[in-house]
Design a protein around this ligand. Structure first.
Ligand code: ZN
Length: 234
């Protein structure tokens, strides 16, 4: 039956639409993942950058402290060397200079250690930054390619929907209803018959069914699965 051929054509187009739609959904998931990975990479870089910035701020503060101590020592020394003041006061000042000098030495160690830490953190950051930027670039490229591919598929699906409409317009309403009724329970309501076997359910068809199919005067359905049958090469 010509109408079964048309329904089969409709089924083929609809299957292709479904296949492409699933593919587009998978692309959407992929793109989401790529975007998340990209955002994570950016966040990681930001965290590393912030940590480095904090270290540098700390160094600046330590250096300021050191400068303050040194200035304090210098002031006290100036007063000490001027020789003005009572001896008790002078010895107190001397003691203070000694304490401040110890504090300065400690601070100097802290500053030097911090400089080392920052130096290796900067090296780490430069390496990580290069790696992460490469990763981000490649993710961005993957996103762009996926979006492009999706757009092509969208156009293909639009074209197929127009084909679908055209085919449906050429099919009598009662057959179309039969097709959609079957489609509610079967993914493919039209089955090809190959060597006397229904390709929908893989059951050998009775000779009477084959005879009716060959007569080609009615829509013949598989007794077993209910699919509309179409002889291959019909
Ligand atoms: Zn069947």
């Amino acid at each position: 039956m010509k109408v079964v051929r048309k329904l089969f054509e409709l089924q083929t187009v609809q299957k292709e639409i479904e296949r492409l739609t699933h593919k587009m959904e998978r692309i959407d998931v992929d793109v989401d993942n790529y975007r998340k990975k990209w955002a994570d990479a950016k966040k990681l870089l930001q965290l590393k950058e912030d940590a480095l910035k904090k270290l540098k701020e700390r160094l600046l503060n330590e250096e300021l402290d050191l400068k303050e101590i040194e200035e304090h020592i210098a002031t006290l020394k100036e007063r000490l060397y001027s020789g003005k003041g009572k001896s008790k006061e002078l010895s107190g000042m001397q003691k203070k200079v000694e304490n401040l000098s110890k504090k300065r030495d400690k601070k100097e160690t802290v500053v030097l250690e911090l400089m080392d830490v920052i130096s290796s953190a900067e090296e780490d950051f430069a390496k990580i930054s290069e790696d992460v930027h490469l990763q981000m670039d490649s993710l961005m490229q993957m996103i762009e390619e996926a979006i492009l591919k999706r757009k092509e598929m969208e156009q293909q699906v639009d074209k197929l929907h127009r084909e679908e409409d055209d085919i449906e317009r050429g099919i009598e309403k009662k057959y179309l209803s039969m097709y959609y009724e079957l489609k509610e329970s079967l993914k493919d309501p039209v089955a090809v018959v190959k060597d006397g076997v229904c390709m929908g359910c893989s059951i050998s068809l009775p000779s009477d069914t084959i005879r009716r199919l060959k007569e080609d005067t009615e829509v013949v359905r598989c007794d077993n699965c209910g699919r509309m049958l179409m002889i291959e090469g019909d």
